[in-house]
Design a protein around this ligand. Sequence first.
Ligand code: NAD
Length: 373
Amino acid sequence: MNDTNSTFHKDFPVIGFIGLGLIGGSVAKTIRRIYPGTRMIGYNRRTDVAQKALSDGVINEIADESLAQFSECDLIFLGVPVVSALSFMEKLKMIAKSGAILTDVGSVKGDIHGYVEEHGLENLFIGGHPMAGSEKTGYENATDRLFENAFYMITPASGTSIVKLSAFASFIESIGALPLIMSPEEHDRTVAAVSHLPHVISAALVNLVHDQDGEEKYMHTVAAGGFRDITRISSSSPQMWQEICLANTDEIVGMIDAYVSKLLDYRLAIRNEDSDELYSIFSDCKEYRDSFDTVAKGSVPKEYRIYMDLVDEAGSIASVATILAVQNISIKNIGIVHNREFEQGVLRVVFYDEPSMESAIKTLTWRNYKIYR
Ligand code: NAD
């Protein structure tokens, strides 16, 4: 694909990228697929990455360290880690053209918005955080389908105009993601509760079992079932979680305190053998958990489930269901996963038993679907 094709977004004909790794590269590839006529300019510290994006036809031009070429951009994505992102912002403030939008993809928003307000970038910057990704980083793992049906959190700055905000949000929607607009504080509190705290708890559970296990390693052996599922996220990148904990400290500590206080309440109910209280703890949590629309109803101790990539086209879920039905494989539950940060696979399919799951993996792989287990 090249820039002779005339299809581009009317508000964003020229788009820049600083950092073309997993997230920056995936945004660029997605835009190239949906708006092939967009002129895209890229800068990456490792020049082989920028060269590869150029030879793939993902970007049209490589920018040099002066970043001067970014003065032509209507929209600039910062796809580098947050600490590096801050070092580009002052320069981009001088370079960016009037009316341009500068955005980032960082998992925590407090520090970057603090910088924006302190350095007078509140008219230029709109925060962004796509809730999709994987523990495998780098341009080589970037795909043009990563954000399909994934939440994309958008955090406007104090000077963001409604016109800019709605143009950016509708652009994000047009590349297949689900924009959610909120303040940086709401963002950091939300991800602290639903993403960061679960990682801390998962780490605590795994390390606790490691500490408590005896010489026979029975805990390690038995952990292959439900315990393995609830701690799956602990296989993510340790560096990334170290960085996130250092960047969202207050919110995560607040959530840990709230969690510890809940654990103490539950401990008391168990200690006192308070059967009514114990029943209501588990029935309340079941009711709330069952209300999440992408999960199977009822509690299942072991789940036979796969995740898979899927193109967002009418009938694509039905095609998967039909392929499986033809092979007599029954599906227990099927649904799109909207929060896929540090995970892979847009479609989650749950089966009744292991043989059904194994046959489905064989059948779908044979038909070139990408499966994650
Ligand atoms: P990555 O390592 O895949 O990509 C970063 C890219 O930036 C690399 O190509 C690297 O060479 C380049 N780079 C680094 N420092 C640079 C600098 N100073 N100048 C120019 N280029 C530089 O990382 P990623 O997973 O794409 O993460 C980027 C951001 O996205 C992080 O802030 C992360 O919090 C956020 N994020 C990650 C995920 C995920 O699952 N990986 C999900 C959502 C958001």
